[in-house]
Write a protein that binds this ligand. Sequence first.
Ligand code: MN
Ligand code: MN
Length: 310
Amino acid sequence: MTYEFIPAYMGISTFMHAKHTRDLSGVDMAVVGIPFDSGAASWRSGTRHGPGAIRENSKQIWGYNRHLDISPTQELNFIDYGDIECDPTSIDRSADAITAGINELLATNVRVMALGGDHSITYPLLRAHAEKFGPVALIHFDSHTDCYQGITQLEHGTPFWLAIRDGFIDTDAYIQVGIRGPQTEAGELEEAKSLGADTLTIEKCFEMGTAEIIKHLRKKVGDRPVYVTLDIDSIDPAYAPGTGTPEVGGFTSFQMLQMVRGLEGLNLIGADVVEVNPHYDHGAITSILAANLAFELLSVMGKKLGDQRS
Ligand code: MN
Ligand code: MN
């Protein structure tokens, strides 16, 4: 008798053992790695190794999501597209390569789940999505506002003010969740708010609880096309130490899972999980969490795609 079940540790590390291909015919959803960290100007680099670590630690995720009652990678045509080739010597050239790469996927109506990389990659991701969908609603989980106007160059502290300046974000529906930590100067939160962000500090989040946060997010976004960007440093470093700029006093991994599952039914048109830095990880807990959050986002995305078809 032969053993028919293939153990999870076998095989080349694609996301959840998905087929790696660049053939987009009939594809519904794709995981795309963006191994770029030259935008990590403020503190520790190393997130270029994020996509590889997340893929490696996604292999043990079994396919069925009990909470959302879907097997997203099986019920939909799902691939691992591989990585966008970035140029570590140029943020601008890399941003152009990212937008061009994502445009190709969006042109055939593929939904993208991007794995970073530092948070500067979300600017070119939003640029591509806005070209297709118009200015998008944005749910931004982070401990930082990433709206620092003191710097005019794209790097991981500036993607959202630049994206607002360039019209990629629908500022009637832009929410930041989990903001905390010492700021560079007084007025940083006001700066984000004046750009149009609905900024929920971590204190406010804990006062509200996840059920209230979910209600708030859903009301703000409505049925607009929404993009979700999830900076892993929104989670407490006790649960996600493997990141470039950790800030103490954040969400638990369970709270973040609850919030992502709470997005079920929204018109999720794209997502990323960024700032995973395996060099500072322990026991791969950050990469395992990031892989699971990507799986939850794919579940929300896949469920909506399935509903839109039937
Ligand atoms: Mn960030
Ligand atoms: Mn951050």
